[in-house]
Write a protein that binds this ligand. Structure first.
Ligand code: 13P
Length: 248
């Protein structure tokens, strides 16, 4: 069986000192034997958060990275900088990065390949807009995001990947997708992975749901066959995150 993975995406919140205070608050609340717990934090918070989570079950993730090794790319963070700092996961292609920072399926793919090359586990985000859902093109759109995102990724690498299904209309809106809607798309993403690779790869890849997950909705969502946990925004900045991790 796949191990559940619950990740917090802090987005652009928490200064370094606030970040350490939040880790101290959440540390006792997010203990878990059977769920992988990841805090994805702003780049400047990575070093203090890695330090503050030492000896705990919390793993640290970045919210983005660049796909080159090093050089004249002012303002960017390289994969080696992340691994050297103790980062194990990296969120790639979040809808906010696609919308505000010109991230495309092609740049996401380059980042996926680099992340694997450096032993980082990508949490690759996909998800439709409200307009796309209403037009009935949700799965076509997501299949394209997944297929391009995983281009040239080997089956062995893909097995280790995490895919986060985040319907854009559910992000930060308080409108969680219904459990049935979330399960339907996550099952379809798994089918897409089976088509691109094989059944074994599809069975191994972990698929999260994200979008207004809270302490009340987590249990139902995370108990679905194809939902292996969540990528949590707002609620990951509060004590509620402990309840989400310990949803059972
Ligand atoms: P919210 O949980 O705040 O809706 O954010 C979801 C998200 O975008 C996580 O990456």
């Amino acid at each position: 069986a796949r191990r559940k993975i619950v990740a917090g995406n802090w987005k652009m919140n928490k200064t370094p000192s606030e970040a350490v205070a939040l880790v101290e608050e959440l540390k006792p609340l997010v203990k878990s034997e059977d769920v992988d717990v990841v805090f994805c934090v702003p780049a400047i918070d990575i070093i203090p958060v890695v330090e503050a989570t030492k000896g705990t079950n919390i793993k640290v993730g970045a919210e983005n990275m660049y796909y080159e090794e090093s050089g004249a790319f002012t303002g960017e963070i390289s994969p080696a900088m992340l691994t050297d700092a103790g980062v194990e996961y990296v969120v790639l292609g979040h809808s906010e990065r696609r919308e505000y920072f010109a991230e495309t399926d092609e740049t996401v793919n380059k980042k996926m390949l680099k992340a694997f090359e450096h032993g980082l586990t990508p949490i690759m985000c996909c998800g439709e807009t409200l307009e796309q859902r209403e037009q009935g093109v949700t799965m076509d759109f997501i299949r394209q995001q997944v297929k391009i995102g995983f281009l040239n990724v080997t089956a062995e690498q893909a097995k280790k990947a995490v895919i986060a299904y985040e319907p854009i209309w559910a992000i930060g809106t308080g409108k969680t997708a219904s459990t049935a809607q979330a399960q339907e798309v996550c099952a379809d993403i798994r089918k897409c992975i089976a088509e691109v690779y094989d059944e074994a790869t599809a069975a191994a890849v972990r698929i999260q749901y994200g979008g207004s997950v809270n302490a009340d909705t987590a249990a139902d969502l995370f108990s679905q066959n194809d939902i292996d946990g969540g990528l949590v925004g707002g609620a990951s900045l509060k004590a509620d995150f402990g309840k989400i991790v310990n949803y059972k």
